[in-house]
Design a protein around this ligand. Structure first.
Ligand SMILES: [Zn+2]
Length: 249
């Protein structure tokens, strides 16, 4: 199957050799794939303006074998989301979102739900909205789309309903644990008030289009951010980068 044709979102692109770029895509049909854009850094390249992160493209990639690096044979821009690059806060949120997808997905593992969630979320980025919260809510959805839904209803280990407040969230187990199970060497535990747990549950259940209605401030925001960041780090094995430096590299 040497020719891969698919819609794809550009997650990132970096320099390669003297004149080329390597582009990482999250594609609808094939999941995360990479391809070389030959001559992309030459003046008057046919790729001019097409390889920017966040762009949605129609892609044809030539790949000799599944493991080899593909070569881009055709790429057409469907949507550049150029407005994203005009506002630093929007770009930071978008960079965070594509990095979330890049970190949690394996190569060649398609996930249609996640593909459309990414496209829809990039479309919805609004400079007047609470952008860090938007990125956090997206992160919660992505965890759900990859089978890592945070378990909030009952103890992740023993299944017991927990009535205490605060609850305790285990990043390693990806859910709340009762005090008894928490004593069994499961590592870090993060306090989660009932309000924070309810917010996380609501964020998980609501469709993406309804998420801009959610608000979180103060303790709830801090607790949910800490729990989700730590859980995500535990799932992918490393923290997300600091995005202000990442987008300028
Ligand atoms: Zn338990």
């Amino acid at each position: 199957m040497p020719l891969l044709k698919t819609k794809a979102v550009i997650l990132r692109s970096h320099r390669w050799g003297d004149a080329d770029r390597i582009v990482t895509f999250f594609s609808l049909q094939f999941g995360k794939i990479r391809g070389v854009a030959r001559g992309a850094r030459r003046q008057k390249s046919r790729y001019s303006g097409v390889l920017e992160p966040f762009g949605v493209v129609e892609l044809t990639l030539f790949q000799k074998t599944q493991d080899s690096l593909g070569s881009i044979s055709q790429i057409d821009l469907i949507s550049s989301f150029s407005a994203i690059r005009e506002d630093l806060a929007v770009m930071t949120a978008a960079a965070r979102m594509v990095k979330i997808v890049e970190s949690i997905t394996a190569d060649r593992d398609p996930n249609h739900q996640m593909y459309w969630a990414l496209v829809q979320s990039l479309e919805m980025l609004d400079p007047h909205s609470d952008l860090p919260l938007t990125a956090l809510l997206f992160q919660i959805h992505v965890l759900g789309h990859t089978g890592f839904n945070p378990q909030i209803g009952q103890c992740t280990e023993c299944g017991k309903r927990i009535l205490e407040d605060p609850l305790w969230f285990s990043p390693r187990l990806g859910g709340i644990v009762c005090i008894g199970c928490g004593r069994n060497g499961i590592g870090q535990m993060i306090p989660l008030s009932k309000g924070s747990a309810a917010f996380m549950e609501q964020a998980r259940r609501l469709p993406l289009a309804c998420l801009p209605r959610l608000r979180a401030a103060g303790k709830v925001r801090m607790e949910v951010t800490t729990a989700i960041e730590s859980y995500f780090e535990s799932v992918v094995g490393k923290p997300l980068p600091d995005f202000h430096s990442w987008i300028s590299s």
